[in-house]
Write a protein that binds this ligand. Structure first.
Ligand code: ZN
Ligand code: ZN
Length: 263
């Protein structure tokens, strides 16, 4: 495995800028690119790892289907119509995810997240298998200067690593509708995987213009999961309220889907 410097981009709530954080020496697979995910991969695997006490929701079914089927169906939707549909492996039950010990941290920088992923991931991406890591941690994302209390998730640019901040997800819990926080969590996973896979114009070129000029690789449609505000908890909560009412399961709009399907 060769070591190489990686200029990291990350996406945060209100990411009007993609900040170049720093370059660090981490051993990452050279097969972490949109090209591989869409043109050579035969299998796309999600490796879900959670800090003790910060497990993803797996308790509630939606329309008789497991909650994580939302993530699976949205990933499948990105590939529909392509000549090769990779096998998409999404864990649905908590026993299919992995618990790690309490990390005693309340604040996570990009380097902290990378280090945690590298310590616990089981498998790297190869030419034919794309291996994504989704970390559920306690505490908040730190952008290098402060903790961001409303950032639900981040995707580390150019990597297969996504982090979800469970304290922020939990803060969207509502007694009157337990589905909302569960959908917020699923939508954030889908949004961050959308970034990691190359949406919007971040590896997947646009067939039709739909990039939000002021907010980096985000879609300009407020009803698409890739809209920029959908990483912040208030907006994603509102998005989910509308979405639940719609009865739909696919959170990407047609322009985002077209970019991945026709890539
Ligand atoms: Zn985003
Ligand atoms: Zn979109």
């Amino acid at each position: 495995m060769k070591f190489f410097s990686l200029l990291l981009l990350f996406f945060i709530f209100g990411c009007s800028k993609n900040e170049d954080v720093r370059s660090g020496n981490f051993s990452l697979s050279p097969y972490e690119s949109t090209q591989n995910y869409f043109k050579t991969s035969k299998r796309l695997v999600l490796d879900v790892i959670y800090e003790s006490g910060n497990a993803p929701y797996t308790d509630t079914a939606i329309q008789q289907n497991p909650l994580w089927q939302l993530t699976e169906e949205n990933l499948v939707a990105m590939y529909l119509g392509r000549s090769v549909l990779p096998e998409i492996v999404v864990p649905k039950k908590i026993e299919e995810m992995r618990e790690i010990s309490v990390q005693n941290k309340t604040s996570w920088t990009v380097d902290d997240i990378l280090a945690l992923a590298q310590a616990h991931r089981r498998g790297q991406s190869s030419e034919t298998e794309s291996h994504f890591v989704i970390l559920f941690v306690k505490g908040y994302f730190n952008d290098g200067s402060r903790d961001l209390a409303t950032t639900v998730g981040v995707s580390l640019g150019g990597t297969t690593i996504v982090a979800i901040f469970k304290d922020v997800v939990k803060s969207t819990e509502s007694l009157s509708n337990p589905l909302v926080s569960r959908y917020v969590e699923q939508a954030t996973i889908i949004h961050e995987l959308g970034h990691a896979l190359g949406l919007v114009d971040n590896g997947l070129p646009m067939k039709e213009a739909h990039k939000d000029a002021n907010h980096g690789p985000h879609c300009d449609n407020p009803n698409c999961v890739m809209y920029w505000l959908n990483e912040g908890k208030e907006d994603v909560r509102e998005f989910m309220r509308r979405f639940i009412l719609s009865g739909s399961v696919i959170m990407f709009d047609d322009k985002c889907l077209r970019d991945s399907r026709e890539y």
